[in-house]
Design a protein around this ligand. Structure first.
Ligand code: SF4
Length: 168
């Protein structure tokens, strides 16, 4: 069975920076939960950050890839450099995926860790820009298919296709 990595906050766990969750009901997720194939991960908690915690953004002009390469930083609104925690959390998420041979992840859109379509521009002004979070980038670089919570259907199709291939 293909396991799937899912952002913990999407499962109703109160692990977000603001101490809340963003539960996200969907028939695909419900089916996966019933099948026991969901592996929850919160990279920021896994990286050693407390909940609640100050919001953080990838610095202006930097992207997840430069953060992972040691050339960019993730900084909290307080000014604290939290790059090390973000990178550690990304590695923990990848290790959790690799431990179960996971090839598909559904992660919370917009997060500096989990975003897969957009992140915020580093000015804490609520401005989005296309890009990846640090964990999403590391997972994609390792060959995982990363979807957001707006793409449960696509993720479900991807898992089904992988299982069909495995069964051949
Ligand atoms: Fe959710 Fe990812 Fe943020 Fe954790 S790091 S609270 S899983 S979006």
């Amino acid at each position: 069975m293909q396991y799937v990595l899912v952002s913990s906050c999407l499962l109703g766990n109160p692990v977000r920076y603001d101490g809340r969750s963003v539960p996200n009901g969907d028939a695909v997720l419900d089916r996966w939960l019933a099948q026991g194939r969901v592996v929850a991960v919160c990279p920021e908690v896994a990286g050693g950050m407390p909940t609640p915690r100050p919001p953080a953004e990838i610095q202006p002009g930097e992207v997840a890839a430069t953060v992972l390469a040691g050339q960019g930083r993730v900084v909290a609104v307080t000014g604290e450099d939290v790059t090390a925690q973000f990178v550690r959390g990304a590695r923990e998420a990848l290790a959790a995926a690799q431990a179960r041979g996971i090839r598909v992840a559904v992660l919370k859109e917009g997060s500096p860790s989990c975003g897969s379509g957009y992140v915020y521009d580093g000015h804490f002004a609520g401005r989005r820009q296309p890009g990846l979070g640090v964990t999403a980038a590391l997972l994609r670089g390792a060959g995982l298919q990363v979807f957001s919570e707006k793409q449960w259907g696509e993720a479900g199709d991807c898992v089904a296709a992988l299982e069909a291939d495995d069964g051949r």
